[in-house]
Write a protein that binds this ligand. Structure first.
Ligand code: AHM
Ligand code: MG
Length: 341
């Protein structure tokens, strides 16, 4: 705790807003609405095994993957929490192919929200942690009620980003560019309480790498050399890294944010552009990583600077402790030997 007593997420957001006298409250309201959605989703995720809600709907989402019912539920909760408020000019979701306009009967506003409603949902049947990822952009188009251009902005233009991890407890972590702050849901009162103020990726932190090593044979030679090096000892790296891979991005990222380490989802011969989505997964987590003192890269450059050309664009992702991410970039540029840690 901070010495201020209990700090609810509402109080935290209000106190941050006071530092901007010109703030209208719209942005704060979006964050409250996302926190509210998180509670609704957390409740359903908790009851997943009981409510007979598991299983496939039989439909296929825009990524060509089977959609699970909880994905749809989460998608709808977030949409409905935000559609009528007058603060948004549109939304985009990993579960929806096109730009999501605000229904005509509601007013529009000056922000748009992008989200992955339930990432890692293929893990739900095994009771593994899943997460929601979100980011907020300012409206930039001249289109009165917003358009896809409002969503197709580089990560550097995000005004907020965050995630919720539905794990042994439910945590919401977010940044508006002024520190990364974590809140734990106290289920008996239904409030997110500040539990992790000002998160910094520990440095030196734990030497952890997280990736799906089953794809080794599909990787480039440089990517293989990177992972071989991390596994050491290769003569240059006397102390091997630990491998930790949940296969649920938010959970893997959250652990590395708190302990240190690097998560990687490289390009491979099956997914030459990478598997993860720039707008719904990589860019929001990149903003959090950077504001916690870490880094996020495509392997060639900063994730935050990639200008998206389509809503569901994918990217390779290397994210976590800055020196590990920089090391990965050097290996991928073919100069790893000089970069050993
Ligand atoms: P999803 O958005 O369909 O849930 O997929 C994203 C998930 C991430 O949570 C995770 O990091 C990755 O896919 C795991 O992929 P793989 O099973 O190929 O290791
Ligand atoms: Mg996802």
């Amino acid at each position: 705790m901070t010495g201020k007593g209990l700090v609810t997420i509402e109080r935290h957001i209000i106190e941050a807003e006071r530092e901007f006298p010109e703030a209208t409250g719209a942005f704060s309201n979006i964050l409250y609405d996302l926190a509210f959605s998180a509670k609704m989703i957390a409740r359903e995720v908790r009851r997943a095994g009981l409510a007979d809600i598991l299983g496939l709907t039989g439909e296929v989402n825009v990524q060509g993957e089977e959609v699970r019912k909880l994905d749809e539920f989460a998608n709808e909760v977030i949409f409905k929490a935000l559609d009528h408020t007058g603060h948004l000019c549109g939304m985009a979701s990993e579960e929806v192919e096109d730009f999501i306009p605000i229904p005509d009967r509601f007013p529009t506003g000056k922000y748009c929200v992008l989200f992955d409603p339930l990432d890692g949902s293929s893990n739900i049947d095994a009771n593994v942690s899943v997460g929601t990822i979100f980011s907020v952009h300012r409206k930039v188009s001249d289109h009165e009620r917003g358009c896809v251009d409002d969503c197709l902005q580089a990560g550097t233009r995000q005004v907020a980003a965050g995630y919720i991890v539905y794990g042994s407890s439910t945590m919401l972590v977010y940044t508006t560019g002024n520190g990364v702050h974590g809140f734990t849901l106290e289920p008996s009162i239904g409030e997110f309480l500040l539990s992790h103020p000002n998160i910094r990726i520990p440095n030196p932190g734990q030497r952890i790498y997280s990736c799906n090593e089953g794809n080794y044979s599909l990787w480039s030679e440089d990517q293989r050399r990177l992972v071989d090096h991390l596994k050491g000892p290769d003569g240059e790296n006397p102390k091997p890294f630990s491998s930790r891979y949940i296969g649920s991005l938010v959970a893997d990222f959250h652990r590395n944010l708190l302990y240190g380490g690097m998560f990687m989802y490289p390009a491979d011969s099956k997914c030459p552009g990478g598997k993860l989505r720039l707008l719904y997964e990589a860019a929001p987590l990149a903003m959090i990583a950077e504001h916690a003192g870490g880094a996020a890269s495509t392997g060639e450059g900063r994730i935050m600077e990639v200008i998206p050309t389509s809503l569901h664009e994918r990217t390779p992702l290397y994210i976590g402790t800055k020196e590990y991410v920089q090391m990965a970039e050097r290996f991928l540029a073919g100069s790893g030997v000089a970069a050993l840690v």
